[in-house]
Design a protein around this ligand. Structure first.
Ligand SMILES: Cc1cc2nc3c(=O)[nH]c(=O)nc-3n(C[C@H](O)[C@H](O)[C@H](O)COP(=O)(O)OP(=O)(O)OC[C@H]3O[C@@H](n4cnc5c(N)ncnc54)[C@H](O)[C@@H]3O)c2cc1C
Length: 457
């Protein structure tokens, strides 16, 4: 086991866009004269990549490039998407595209370019497996962060605080519980698994894609264009593929100011607001992609060659693995009628769970006061626990739908840093005044939302 003697101001768990945004914000704060922070981030992937298994040809960003790592906070930052284009010598050509929505492949390149400035801060290829308390004088003053590298070697680092940015873990439908088979995989592994099947000369002929959201629709179209002779079936619970709402008033829910508004709403109203706007992000598909799928299925009617299919309104009720394929029992949601269909491969585009931090914080459970976070994303902990633990990407219930997305990164990163730097919070925490010191710092956000939107919610 390797134990580092360095005591970091904080350790970032994961190095995706969330903790990258924090690294960028620290760099800028130092440029503006703030004290440097000693930190490192631990990332289980061997190098920076943003949802690498879904970097599909033709897939575009679902938010404007102006919601990059810095622009909303400081458009003059060197870490903006525009400066990335400038440094890569593509700014003029990008302008000619007349688009706010770069391809995901280009956006990954932007994020990787930004991340390359912090290689000395990130330990790639190590997975955080546990976080333990270090006690002094009856109080927990520091944390031991344990990780394992690819060869199974254990590492331990010491930190005064921890910032989570671990994203989600694949959500697997109940019917697939316990199914372990190369032919059945989640969208999070799509490209690597489909390419591995092809390399093994095991190109599937009949492929099912489960899920009526953006990833399911993208994978369906990718398979259709990747292979000339496969049959692809898209299976969805909903009756129809629904379009995502990215109209301008609705889009205001993703603005950083909205976080204050939703956080301070009474719980019932907050839940209703989240429910009302779910169709901006969940189980919905970009309209242009829906139109492409519709056109494809229509053309099949014209030609009479009905290779690909959409099976809406169905649940997978059972999975049977056999030597000749994977049999899915598909249950019609409105009649409960069940039909078995055989496939050679099944892709689950069934979303992500956002609870893995609880597993990693298991050793600290007795110090954690529920899993709610304060406005500054800090986990509520008990009085004898001094380290601050921040959560990103799993605070949708309290901070709104933008929490799992890229929209608020430029602003959230600084909110977390301000709180991290503020030692008074440790003292104030004991007399319960943390909310005034953190959430209360940002003022009158609602007024920044458009009047029409304020009326609408
Ligand atoms: C295919 C796809 C497309 C998307 N497109 C958009 C979009 O266009 N716009 C938008 O706003 N959002 C989009 N999203 C949402 C997405 O959540 C955000 O874009 C963004 O990735 C969130 O960043 P993050 O750092 O919080 O999480 P992630 O990007 O998931 O990064 C978390 C990192 O933590 C690492 N990690 C996890 N556990 C550990 C551990 N125990 N130890 C060490 N490292 C660990 C992971 O390897 C990963 O690199 C998309 C999501 C997907 C899946």
């Amino acid at each position: 086991m390797r134990i580092s003697a360095i005591e970091h101001d904080f350790i970032g768990v994961g190095f995706g866009p969330s903790n990258l945004a924090i690294a960028v914000a620290i760099e800028e704060q130092i440029q503006h004269g703030k004290k440097a922070l000693d930190y490192c981030c631990i990332e289980k992937k061997p190098a920076f990549i943003w949802h690498g298994s879904m970097l599909l040809e033709g897939s575009d960003m679902q938010i404007s490039f102006l919601k990059d790592l810095a622009t909303l906070r400081d458009p003059t930052s060197r870490f903006t998407f525009i400066n990335y284009l400038h440094e890569k010598g593509r700014l003029r050509e990008f302008i000619n595209l007349k688009s706010f929505f770069p391809s995901r492949i280009e956006y990954n390149d932007y994020l990787r370019w930004a991340a390359s400035h912090f290689d000395h801060r990130c330990r790639y290829g190590e997975e955080v497996v546990d976080i333990e308390p270090v006690k002094e004088g009856g109080k927990v003053t520091r944390l031991q962060v344990h990780s394992l590298d690819a060869s199974g070697r254990a590492h331990t680092r010491l930190a005064r605080n921890v910032v989570f940015g671990i994203g989600g873990v694949p959500s697997i439908p109940e019917a697939f519980d316990g199914v372990r088979d190369d032919r059945v995989f989640h969208a999070a592994y799509y490209l690597e698994r489909i390419e591995a099947l092809v390399q093994r000369n095991a190109t599937p002929r009949r492929i099912a894609v489960i899920g009526g959201g953006q990833s399911g629709a993208e994978i369906f179209m990718d398979l259709v264009s990747r292979f000339s002779d496969v049959e692809v079936t898209l299976i969805t619970r909903g009756k129809a593929l629904m379009p995502s709402d990215d109209s301008p008033f609705v889009n205001e829910i993703f603005s950083p100011e909205f976080t204050d508004l939703i956080y301070h709403q009474p719980e019932e109203l907050r839940r209703a607001t989240l429910e009302k706007y779910r169709s901006t992000n969940y189980s919905v598909v970009d309209l242009d992609l829906i139109e492409k799928i519709y056109m494809l299925l229509y053309q099949q009617q014209v030609s009479g060659n009905k290779r690909h299919a959409l099976l809406p309104g169905r649940d997978v009720s059972e999975v049977r693995l056999g030597s000749s394929g994977v049999e899915l029992a598909l249950c019609k949601r409105d009649s409960s009628e069940t039909e078995p269909i055989q496939f050679d491969a099944v892709v689950m585009a069934t979303g992500y769970r956002r609870d893995d931090h609880k597993r990693l914080l298991g050793s600290l459970e007795s110090y954690i006061d529920g899993y709610d976070v304060e406005r500054d994303y800090r986990l509520r902990t008990k009085g004898d626990f001094l380290p601050k633990i921040y959560l990103q990407g799993c605070c949708e219930d309290s901070h709104g739908l933008s929490d799992t997305l890229l929209s608020v990164l430029a602003v959230r990163s600084v909110e977390i840093l301000e709180s991290l730097r503020d030692d008074r919070i440790l003292l104030n925490k004991q007399n319960k005044s943390i909310q005034q010191n953190t959430g209360g710092q940002r003022c009158c956000p609602v007024e920044k939302l458009s009047p029409a939107f304020r009326v609408a919610i």
